[in-house]
Design a protein around this ligand. Structure first.
Ligand code: GLV
Ligand code: MN
Ligand code: MN
Length: 440
């Protein structure tokens, strides 16, 4: 690693001795608090893809990236990218980061924590005037949750070249197409191919994220190493019946779309209860026309299906599609089934995961490997580069809720682990691309 001679950054921030991990954790916690103020809704945190709230967050994070010695750009889909140059060129690039969009009524840490821990590690290198033999790029992915278009990972899919151009025609709740949303955000929907990274340039993609489950808390551990990420399918089901007067149409003569949808919701619950490992969720229902004295004529619902085994997940989706048709036929309504997204389960890279494990051990902490039930940009990035993830304990395992909480001390530990990890990657004799992506 090389020492830089520059005494100050372009933004005027002094470089100098390293700050304590506690001070770094305080910075990260304060920044998570600050970013949580950028919301589309006044009383709760909701930040969808390519919205003004997302623009404000990106601008704020870009300022911090520049102060950490990074050059900053947006790609054509709207991902924010900060690059910290290597000690020499040509060089490979290690990608770090997470997402900056949120669910509706979100917590502060799902996504932003991973971006901000990565950014702080780069800032710590910069303050010590250290360059590593590889460049580091920190991604603030534009869409991981899929809240606006019900199709997740729009940001990371563009980076891997897996973005399906047909998605550009999707519309949001205001009838704005995805193509138009990207354009309004300053991106270029006609040139999403430019977001794609050359896999030969990459060392890997590593993401810090809150665990979103209770295991680390139960084990009394601040951090853990992710072994694998389970797959998921997202589907839109539309039941269409006949709207009518709530006072005049007898029950037996109704073709009520909401009754059909409700029966389907209970069938989803029953299947997930009787199938080991399956979790299936109807998280949203839009009832049309939506009035207390009108029989529901149409219902659009979201279905999220997950299982560690991709074959079982697909079989369960097929079974639920059949169930929807059976309910519709019996109730003389129709059911339309549209698969919006399917992501396969992925294994984390053995070599990178081991480096995380060694970095944890070096902190005097026992190593716990655990699978991720939640989806992450890392699952998409695995298509082009080795991936690894570090989970941070979160209170009660709660996420996708304003009750999300992490301890500053755990954030300090995660920062120490990621920092040590970066130095270990620098010591690797060869690029840590393990072709087989051996399971950890
Ligand atoms: C991402 O948060 C997911 O839905 O798993
Ligand atoms: Mn999430
Ligand atoms: Mn997340």
């Amino acid at each position: 690693m090389d020492q830089e001679s520059a005494e100050s950054t372009q933004s005027g921030e002094s470089v100098g001795p390293i700050t304590s991990l506690e001070a770094s954790a305080t910075t990260i916690m304060e920044r998570c608090d600050l970013l949580a103020r950028f919301s589309e809704e006044p009383d709760r945190l909701t930040r969808r893809f390519a919205t003004p709230a997302m623009r404000e967050v990106n601008e704020r994070v870009a300022t911090w990236m520049r102060a950490a010695g990074m050059s900053v750009r947006h790609d054509a889909v709207g991902n924010l990218i900060g690059r910290y140059e290597a000690s020499a060129s040509p060089c490979k690039t290690l990608l770090l980061g997470s997402h900056l969009d949120t669910v509706r009524d979100a917590g502060k840490y799902d996504g932003p924590l991973g971006v901000l821990v990565a950014l702080e590690c780069v800032a710590r290198l910069y303050r010590q005037r250290i360059r590593l033999p590889f460049a580091i790029e920190v991604y603030g992915f534009a869409d991981e949750e899929g809240l606006r278009y019900h199709s997740a990972y729009l940001g990371s899919k563009a980076v891997t070249g897996a973005f399906d151009g047909r998605l550009l025609a999707l519309t949001d709740s205001d009838n704005v197409t995805l193509a138009e949303a990207i354009r309004r955000f300053g991106g270029d929907p006609d040139n999403l191919a430019t977001c794609k990274r050359d896999q030969d340039d990459l060392i890997g993609y590593c993401e810090v994220h809150i665990e979103q489950g209770p295991v680390l808390e139960y084990e009394g551990l601040p951090v853990g190493v992710v072994s694998a990420i389970q797959g998921q399918s997202r589907i839109e089901v539309i039941f269409t019946g006949v709207a009518g007067h709530a006072g005049t149409v007898p029950s037996a003569l109704r073709r009520d779309a909401l009754c059909a949808a409700s029966e389907f919701v209970l069938a989803v619950e029953a299947l997930s209860r009787q199938t080991a490992g399956l979790v299936a969720t109807v998280g949203q229902m839009i009832v049309q026309p939506g009035a207390s004295n009108v029989i529901p004529g149409a219902v659009a619902l979201s279905l999220d299906v997950r299982h560690p085994d991709d074959d079982i997940r697909e079989a369960m989706c097929a079974q639920l599609a059949q169930t929807a048709q059976e309910i519709a036929t019996r109730r003389t309504v129709t059911a339309q089934w549209q698969l919006l997204q399917a992501t396969a389960s992925v294994q984390c890279d053995q070599q990178l995961a081991q480096l995380f494990a060694q970095a944890i051990e070096a902190q005097g902490i026992s190593v716990k490997y655990l699978p991720s039930g939640a989806g992450h940009d890392a699952a998409v990035m695995a298509a082009i580069t080795p991936i690894a993830m570090l989970f941070v304990r979160c209170a009660g395992g709660i996420s996708h809720s304003p009750a999300e909480a992490v301890a500053a001390a755990d954030v300090a530990t995660a920062t120490a682990v990621l920092e040590r990890f970066l130095h270990s990657v620098a010591q690797l004799p060869v690029s840590p691309r393990s072709k087989a992506h051996e399971p950890v």
